[in-house]
Design a protein around this ligand. Structure first.
Ligand SMILES: [Zn+2]
Length: 251
């Protein structure tokens, strides 16, 4: 029986993850958002893996900074958002909404999810229900709006929300514990717009703390659970979303 591919996380910087999608039979890997070279390069060499390709979700340097060094040592195709052609000079394949791409052993479809940046994309693997979503959705939170509007970000989050319930979300930052504090603060507000269940949040906190106490990441997120507790997915309108995002910025 064929071995199921797996996703390994390489922590870099303060709280970023580089995702390594590994096919153990072919000894091939696809790397997502390699913000630095050294850790990824070492991982490839230590595990005798061939780099089959690189996926980039958006143009921020903590997501793309390692690409040049990496492809210098391990030549591979680099896929990046077409809308970021002027900002990313290390890519050679440009993707847009609706594209389907084959990268080594994996297939992805491309979703444009503007808000954090205008060109931001996510890569969806339908076989394994994996979403590589950069800085759009975080555990109990969402990305900041650097370039897009509230409406764009709200719509992008709604698109993630509509993916299949079993979806695993690979977001780039480990912000879940910080966002939990925001959620608790929200629960205590008199006029909180959030209608999530306190019990669901308690269960979430218990599981999160169990994982973090033994040094495990909170990523991947389970979409089925984020739908119940993530205030930015619970928001019923753009206005409500904007209110929450502003409140979070003030924290
Ligand atoms: Zn970013």
């Amino acid at each position: 029986m064929a071995m199921r591919p797996r996703v390994e996380l390489i922590p870099i910087f303060e709280d970023n993850y580089v995702f390594m999608l590994i096919d153990d039979e072919r000894k091939e890997v696809v790397a997502v958002d390699p913000g630095e070279t050294a850790a990824v390069s070492k991982y490839l060499e230590d595990n005798s893996l061939k780099l089959a390709g690189i996926l980039l979700t958006h143009h921020h340097n903590d997501h793309i900074g390692g690409v040049k060094g990496l492809i210098g040592k391990h030549p591979a195709p680099v896929y990046a958002p077409q809308k970021n052609q002027n900002q990313i000079n290390s890519a050679d394949h440009w993707v847009k909404e609706g594209d389907t791409i084959s990268v080594g052993p994996f297939e992805f479809s491309v979703l444009e999810l503007p808000g954090h940046t205008l060109g931001h994309v996510a890569f969806w693997n339908d076989t394994y229900k994996w979403l590589f979503s950069g800085d759009v959705l975080f555990g109990l939170g969402c990305g900041r709006l650097f370039e897009g509007t509230y409406e764009q970000m709200y719509n992008s989050l709604q698109r993630i929300k509509e993916l299949p319930a079993e979806t695993l979300i690979y977001c780039t930052h480990e912000y879940t514990e910080t966002n939990l504090q925001f959620c608790k603060m929200l629960c205590n507000l008199d006029n909180s717009p959030i209608t999530g269940d306190d019990e669901d949040l308690e269960l979430y906190e218990n599981e999160l703390m169990n994982r973090r106490d033994i040094g495990l990441p909170s990523v991947p997120l389970k979409l089925s659970i984020e739908r119940k507790v993530n205030p930015f997915l619970l928001a019923h309108s753009v206005n409500q979303f904007a209110y929450l995002r502003d409140l979070r910025n003030k924290q």
